[in-house]
Design a protein around this ligand. Sequence first.
Ligand code: SF4
Length: 369
Amino acid sequence: MSMGTPPPPEIPDSRWRQSLRRRLLTWFGVHGRDLPWRRTRILYHVWVSEIMLQQTQVATVVPYFQRFISRFPDISSLAAAKEDEVLRLWEGLGYYRRARNLHRAAQQIVQDHNAQFPEDFSVARSLPGIGRYTAGAILSIALDQKLPILEANTVRVFSRLLAFRGIPTEKHGQQLLWSFSESLLPRQRVGDLNQALMELGSEVCTPRVPSCASCPVHMLCAAYRQGTQALIPAKKPRTAIENVTEAAIVIQRGTRVLLRRHSDQERWAGLWDFPRFATNPGQTAVSNQELIDNAHQLTGMKIDPSQHLTTMQHGVTRFRITLQCHLAHYVSGRKQDDHLCWRAPDELEQLPLNVTGRKIGRLLADRTK
Ligand code: SF4
């Protein structure tokens, strides 16, 4: 701990915790939103919603959830689907690894657990894409199991309730907040309490300007008492944004264009895209020779670059990317694996593409109309 940092707070006593639970559960009974996965509490529905809600707002998730459940009404139908179809339904939600893990976990559940989501915490946690938080959230919400949760909203609420000034993602912060979460659990209505805590974080105890005046637990909140809400939770030093240039090659053969699927190790694992590569640091333009060499490396094919198509800007994590898109004609070479396919621009709607791939695809389809 650095000089001048206050010591970590104590977890408040059982009377305080009981008062917090009572107030939160009453508030949630009145203000809890009516969300599709809350109506049924079916394990599969809660699981899908929890995966979709990771790093994504509720309002964005609802239509995706409804489309997903209507296409895959149970674990068996999800397990039997082609990965391309799962990714296509996920397109626009981002963090595509979540969809691939969900699909793999469904296949594992069909194979090892008779198509029933496991009710045992450690078994659930061993599935792809399910960590301590997600397993706790699913089993507490669907089955009322006495399991704590800790995610972005509850990290913020807990840190403020305790006036914890350390960095919550660091080890001692995590230990404190998980212990606090565990100490709050009631004997019954665990799922409601966990959802109330998350709801409070997303609707009232918001990151920038928390609505303390309408908060049902402000009289118990240490940060409110001190006036330190705006300083909590403490942030990690920001990672600097890096500007990079990448190139996408639209290889044309007659009326069709070549698509390449990102491998497991690449940024958009499982999604289709136009062959794409990063230029050298500081470089902003791409030469024809680089297009030829990289097309060969990525696809095994020879091309003849023709013209610049468009330039796009987009952000991924800490990178601000300028994407130079070029047209090229196919010259020779065979499609060697399943990670390549030829499609007409108006057939691209069937494939799951990353955001820039989709934009280029629509641009090409408009040009051919
Ligand atoms: S009083 Fe304010 S800071 Fe404290 S939990 Fe409520 S909304 Fe958050």
